[in-house]
Ligand binder design. Structure first.
Ligand SMILES: Cc1cc2nc3c(=O)[nH]c(=O)nc-3n(C[C@H](O)[C@H](O)[C@H](O)COP(=O)(O)O)c2cc1C
Length: 262
């Protein structure tokens, strides 16, 4: 014999179930948010390592190994306008993407083809020194619009600031198989050994439509991503913006001076 419950009983029972579920969902969102942040940071470090040629794109390594390899990198917050180190900003807590959105810590960017709208006052770069303390490489952030999204990545340069060590993107929403091929290991392998800047230290590297020659013969050009001319152009634009005077130019100049002084 089935028992009939009152309308108010059913209502209260459903409300209690919803309440328990809401508490469960919100508490897991809060607990997982922390883990997501940790994973995001780890992924960023892996991309710095990949740009620097210290991790293969298809390599699977544990978090401890990432930290171990990353320990050679010194995070440095720089003042974008002067290129000098900003000792009052903590590199361990500085978030360039957040700083860019904060009017107190950023300014409107000059018009640029990379569609960068705001420039943070500071940028986070990574420096690697050899055992004798000489600067070996710098890894700098690059970002700019492709077709559907802003691509965020890292470009590693030798201490001469011209020679490319590697490039890696850690965030974008370009189409897999088209613009998303910026993540393709074979395409990324075309970058090391090219020259990002010309002999006068002006940005020159370009992702062309079609195929470029080997790095030694054709140092300023990289193969285009097939069927993705717009993303390819976006990569060129962001290189020119970030390696130029409006972006990291003052910092790269300071790196060259330091190297000359060493
Ligand atoms: C569904 C769809 C997704 C696309 N995704 C991209 C993309 O991520 N990057 C890109 O440059 N072009 C993308 N394209 C192609 C562009 O619309 C454009 O045709 C292309 O950039 C021209 O490149 P091509 O001259 O090498 O063919 C996409 C096209 C379609 C229909």
């Amino acid at each position: 014999m089935s028992r009939q419950f009152s309308v108010s009983y059913n209502f209260l029972f459903s409300a209690a179930v919803c309440g328990v579920c809401a508490i469960f969902v919100s508490s897991s969102a809060v607990t997982l948010a922390e883990r997501q942040d940790v994973n995001k940071l780890l992924d960023k470090k892996k991309n710095v390592l990949q740009a620097a040629g210290l991790m293969q794109p298809d390599e699977k390594i544990a978090a401890a190994e990432v930290e171990e390899r990353f320990s050679r990198f010194r995070p440095v917050v720089i003042d974008l306008k002067t290129g000098e180190e900003a000792p009052d900003v903590d590199p361990d807590t500085f978030d360039q993407q957040k700083a860019k959105k904060d009017p107190a810590r950023s300014s409107v960017a000059p018009k640029n083809s990379s569609l960068v709208k705001r420039l943070p006052d500071h940028a986070l770069v990574y420096e690697v020194e050899d055992e004798a303390g000489n600067l070996e490489m710098v890894v700098v952030p690059v970002e700019g619009y492709g077709l559907w999204s802003t691509l965020l990545g890292f470009l590693a340069l030798e201490a001469d600031t011209r020679s490319v060590v590697g490039l890696a993107y850690y965030d974008h929403k370009e189409t897999p198989g088209l613009g998303g091929e910026v993540d393709n290991a074979r395409w990324k392998a075309l970058w090391p050994g090219r020259k990002a800047l010309d002999e006068s230290f002006e940005p020159k590297i370009e992702v062309i439509k079609g195929s470029a020659g080997p790095a030694n013969d054709d140092p300023y050009r990289v193969d285009g991503l097939s069927g993705a001319t717009i993303t390819s152009r976006g990569v060129t634009n962001m290189m020119h913006f970030w390696l130029g005077d409006e972006g990291l130019g003052p910092y790269l100049e300071r790196v060259r001076q330091r190297k000359g002084a060493a």
